[in-house]
Write a protein that binds this ligand. Structure first.
Ligand code: FES
Length: 150
């Protein structure tokens, strides 16, 4: 098949779209993301599930709370390298923080901790931050219902 793209005879098809460069820190968090996984029901005090309307990617995030601080945090990302790296860094920033401190973490904090991400990938960092906020809201809801740990 001479005209089939990507065959050995023709080489790889030309890449379409923009080239995106990630720095070493972002790449390292993408390749070895921290706190990937999920907490079991016994450990979970708050859970957040959010989607990015721009690209359709999705994030799930679990927190375990002890004495008003995040004792464990885990995430699963169904997203791009930027989403995985920013969520990994977000969990590092949030781990051990009090709930009040964790609420104040912004996507700018995450991007700064990573040493920057490409401009067109900035929205990816919102996914983890929004998932954390959703998990904290879930924890607050459970507590208000008398069903959560302090
Ligand atoms: S492109 Fe969808 S979260 Fe990054």
């Amino acid at each position: 098949m001479d005209d089939e793209p990507g065959t050995e005879e023709q080489g790889l098809p030309e890449m379409a779209g923009p080239v995106i460069y990630y720095n070493e820190t972002v790449l390292e968090h993408f390749v070895c993301p921290r706190n990937v996984g999920q907490l079991d029901d016994q450990e979970t005090d708050g859970f957040g599930l959010v989607g990015d309307p721009i690209c359709g990617d999705q994030m799930k995030l679990w927190i375990s709370v002890r004495d008003g601080a995040i004792a464990r945090i885990a995430f699963r990302s169904f997203g791009c390298p930027g989403a995985i790296a920013t969520s990994s860094m977000l969990t590092e920033l949030a781990d051990g923080k009090t709930i009040e401190e964790a609420k104040r973490i912004t996507d700018d904090d995450v991007v700064e901790a990573l040493g920057g991400i490409p401009e067109r990938k900035r929205h990816c960092s919102l996914l983890g931050v929004r998932a954390l906020q959703a998990a904290i809201s879930d924890w607050e809801r459970r507590r208000a219902a008398g069903d959560g740990r302090p």
